[in-house]
Design a binder for this molecule. Structure first.
Ligand SMILES: [Zn+2]
Length: 301
């Protein structure tokens, strides 16, 4: 029996499998989010509690471990942040969604893209920075994957040699990188001149380039518009209602203590909103957005 026969006979097997894989990847992302910005190894030491004692494997099962322990460490009763199971559950749900929405190769690429976006989101929330290896590395990875999986950009040409599809897909990805990073670059220039403040950082430029590499130029444009709108709708009331935001950022800066880079204490990380916009495009809005841009192009030319 081959894989597609298994899939048609037991339709829930792969869905359940990708939910579990997603939860485990989410658990690994938690480790990366915590350790990479602090410059620590993601391999050693193995998971341990804040009190230093190792965590038993059964307490470390994604989502369930936290639920069984009711959010308190077994060894010392320390509170375990709900963010850990939340990231695991989020990753699990997104992976499941990718599997249900797309043909297998595109679904797998979607999972890689989602893991990257979730990592960038939480690192940016914690540190107000996006590590180059994730954004630059993600852009290169997105381009290479585009060449290997032309389906990602709907670029497969039937009855043509494989190379033709690969080149077409590479062009889609390359355009996405150029448009994505270009748009943020111009918005940044505008922000500096009109509002006399840095609207977006360098990390955001490369992040949107990375989103473009996976999603094409339509996805990059969607991510910045949807991300800005969602960000404004959610953040403006919060910033207006509480002055707590600026204090929180100061505290975070001290806790990481490393690079002394000046940043605006009232700045809001934009990366998470771009990442959310990119994921929404990939999973739900690509058909609608591409059709919209096509109709605009038809009207103009
Ligand atoms: Zn402990």
């Amino acid at each position: 029996m081959n894989l597609s026969e298994i899939n048609s006979q037991f339709p829930y097997i792969f869905t359940a499998m990708f939910f579990c894989i997603g939860a485990c990847v989410g658990s690994f992302l938690n480790v990366c989010i915590l350790r990479i910005p602090a410059g620590r190894s993601i391999v050693t030491p193995p998971s341990h509690c804040a009190c230093g004692r190792p965590i038993k494997w059964h307490d470390n099962i994604p989502v369930l471990g936290w639920l069984f322990l009711r959010g308190k460490a077994r060894c010392c009763g320390r509170k375990i942040s709900i963010r850990y199971p939340a990231v695991e559950l989020l990753t699990a749900l997104v992976f499941t969604g990718m599997w249900l929405l797309f043909p297998a190769p595109v679904a797998i690429v979607g999972m890689v893209f989602a893991a990257l976006m979730i990592f960038c989101t939480f690192v940016d929330l914690d540190t107000m920075m996006l590590p180059d290896f994730a954004t630059v590395g993600g852009t290169i990875l997105g381009f290479i994957i585009s060449v290997a999986v032309p389906q990602l950009h709907g670029a497969e040409i039937p009855d043509a040699p494989w190379l033709a599809s690969a080149v077409k897909s590479a062009i889609c990805s390359g355009l996405g990188i150029i448009v994505g990073s270009g748009v943020v670059y111009w918005i940044r220039l505008l922000g500096e001149h009109v509002f006399k403040r840095e609207a977006m950082g360098e990390g955001d430029i490369i992040l949107l380039g990375c989103i473009g590499a996976f999603c094409g130029w339509q996805g990059a444009l969607f991510a910045i518009f949807a991300g800005s709108m969602l960000g404004a709708v959610v953040m403006i009331p919060i910033v207006l209602a509480t002055g707590m935001f600026s204090k929180k950022k100061e505290a975070k800066k001290k806790s990481y203590g490393g690079e002394e880079e000046e940043f605006d204490a009232t700045a809001i990380p934009f990366g998470p909103w771009l990442a959310l916009g990119g994921l929404l495009y990939f999973m739900l809005f690509s058909g609608m957005t591409d059709a919209y841009f096509a109709s605009v192009a038809k009207m103009l030319f």
